[in-house]
Design a binder for this molecule. Sequence first.
Ligand SMILES: C[S@@+](CC[C@H](N)C(=O)[O-])C[C@H]1O[C@@H](n2cnc3c(N)ncnc32)[C@H](O)[C@@H]1O
Length: 221
Amino acid sequence: MNKITPTADGSNTLFNETIGEHYHSKHGAVQESKHVFIEAGLKHVTLRQSSINILEVGFGTGLNFLFTLDHCINQQLQLNYTGIEAFPLSLEELRSTGYQQYVPDLVWKGLEDNYALALNEPISITADQQFYIAHTTLANFTSPPLFDLIYFDAFSVQHQPEMWSDEIIAHVGTFLKPGGVFITYAITGKLKRALKAVGFTIEKLPGAPGKREMLRATKAL
Ligand SMILES: C[S@@+](CC[C@H](N)C(=O)[O-])C[C@H]1O[C@@H](n2cnc3c(N)ncnc32)[C@H](O)[C@@H]1O
């Protein structure tokens, strides 16, 4: 079991002993998820479309998925969500986070009741929202360019540098449609150069509490 740890906004995260890092920012797990992925990612892309295909790198506890599903149900947006996860947590670990308190029952149950199934095949939660968890590594994941938005939520470059190599960033970029958006909580010169090299334009945005800046990148049309 990964150890449960409170973060500064009162929400919990898990500590991964093998990697030596938390699953979320210690400055606030819920705050980070909403600031980076929902506000700067999901809301930005759905300004111009009512149906969205999202790929998350590192599904982990499902926190980003919960807030995404909640928003899409509220705003009547069609959602196809794919999470890549090499080391799926147990259902018991998901429950231990206490994240059920931040979303309506329908949303929490959507994850809790379907988690094991979604690790095998795409599951419909409602007529308009479905999700799937690809139980594989990012390097082994393949897909045509069918995603509108990528949530890049890997462990940090200090703890898992191979997730941020130029090759893996180029590989991830191929899964986006032209005009698709890549969003992540971090920003480095190396990451910016890797994305620019494969045709992305870069925006530097204010980071979640505890981080000065974060990155949003848009694939060329
Ligand atoms: C920062 S955590 C993700 C947090 C998650 N988004 C959440 O809300 O709980 C990074 C995740 O990447 C997963 N991971 C590590 N190596 C991976 C790899 N090679 N391919 C895919 N996922 C990987 C970890 O198991 C972990 O769940």
